[in-house]
Design a protein around this ligand. Structure first.
Ligand SMILES: [Zn+2]
Length: 261
């Protein structure tokens, strides 16, 4: 009777150890999954990138200025840049992954797909998160089309202003030359002035990228095409009119000659 009892005891021990092995394995798996968790908002990084592209890069290009990679505003310092550039917007309701060509109904599903499948392609090594610059760059102004009228917090405004000015100093060092100096000044007016509770200054006061309006472009092309046709019609009409009067004159002359008979 003792034998079966011992056997069942051994079986239970084996079972428990197996379970613990499975548990340890599962734990290591989940910790691996959490290892690639990035604490940087994709949405806010995207907003920051768009603000830089719209309200800063046109001026930097005009000055022919090369921003250093050490400058946090440099577009290369965006964790999500490679993934964002592999988004293919096929149709209103179709987004495609540029790495594996899988299609999605909305951009947020493609974002989730990037997070789950292509997290290894994130540019984490440099540890740069554009979203961290959102305070200085007024991301909320762009993300919420209707800015909620909350009471201005002087401490927060001062903090953002400090971050903003330090960006201006590191990205456009005044001692580097006249173009850096001009961009430094522009950056302060464009982004930093509005970080105050007086409400006197609006962000992006210097304007942004010039967009060519497709509607106006199409209208002007249409007018340019229609103008020659209009002149041709006028010309033909006038020629016909001239012909008509000549015929009338000939008829009246003939009738005058015929009258004496
Ligand atoms: Zn993919």
């Amino acid at each position: 009777m003792a034998r079966p009892k011992l056997r069942s005891f051994k079986f239970i021990v084996v079972l428990i150890s197996l379970e613990s092995i499975i548990l340890v394995f599962a734990n290591s798996q989940s910790s691996e999954e959490h290892a690639h968790e990035v604490h940087c908002s994709r949405e806010r990084s995207r907003a920051a990138y768009e603000i830089i592209e719209e309200y800063l890069i046109p001026f930097v290009e005009r000055e022919n200025y090369q921003m250093s990679h050490k400058c946090k505003l440099h577009p290369g310092n965006d964790i999500f840049r490679d993934q964002e550039e592999h988004k293919i917007h096929v149709d209103v309701n179709e987004w495609r992954c540029g790495y594996c060509k899988k299609s999605f109904r909305a951009e947020k599903f493609l974002d989730q797909h990037f997070d789950n499948r292509h997290y290894n392609l994130l540019n984490i090594s440099q540890g740069n998160c554009l979203a961290e610059l959102c305070g200085a760059l007024h991301c909320d102004h762009v993300l919420n089309s209707v800015v909620p009228k909350t009471k201005c917090n002087p401490a927060a405004a001062a903090r953002n202003r400090h971050l903003c000015e330090s960006l201006a100093d590191s990205c456009f060092p005044v001692h580097q030359g006249p173009s850096a100096g001009r961009l430094h000044e522009l950056f302060l007016r464009q982004f930093c002035d509005a970080h105050s509770c007086t409400g006197k200054f609006k962000p992006f006061s210097r304007g942004g990228k010039k967009h060519t309006n497709i509607f106006y472009l199409a209208m002007s092309i249409l007018i340019l095409m229609l103008l020659p046709i209009f002149y041709l019609i006028v010309f033909l009409y006038q020629r016909e009119m001239r012909k008509g009067t000549q015929v009338l004159r000939r008829i009246s002359k003939q009738s005058l000659k015929k009258k004496p008979y």
